[in-house]
Design a protein. Structure first.
Length: 94
């Protein structure tokens, strides 16, 4: 089977990953905020929450089950509000 080249197109293997730019509403096209600083997340997934507070996965689930840490279910995703983690640590710090 012979493959023909489309004019003006390069094969997928020749493209660099991430070379396509997303067009922003403001027209900048770089996909990042102009300030270069990413906003802090308002909620994180379980692995990020574990890394943030330094507990094991099973211990985190124990605190969730006890109602000490709030969770938000969106479809199959489990999100933990960062404020809930901050309040959890602050309550145990005092």
């Amino acid at each position: 089977m012979r493959r023909f080249k489309m004019p003006g197109r390069e094969p997928m293997s020749a493209r660099r990953p991430g070379s396509t730019k997303k067009q922003r509403v403001d027209g900048s096209g770089d996909g990042e905020p102009k300030s270069g600083v990413k906003p802090a997340p308002i909620a994180v997934r379980i692995p990020q929450a574990i890394a943030m507070i330094g507990l094991s996965r099973s211990k985190l689930y124990e605190f969730i089950k006890a109602g000490d840490i709030e969770v938000i279910k969106i479809g199959r995703s489990t999100l933990i509000p960062v404020d809930s983690l901050v309040q959890f640590i602050a309550a145990r710090h005092a």
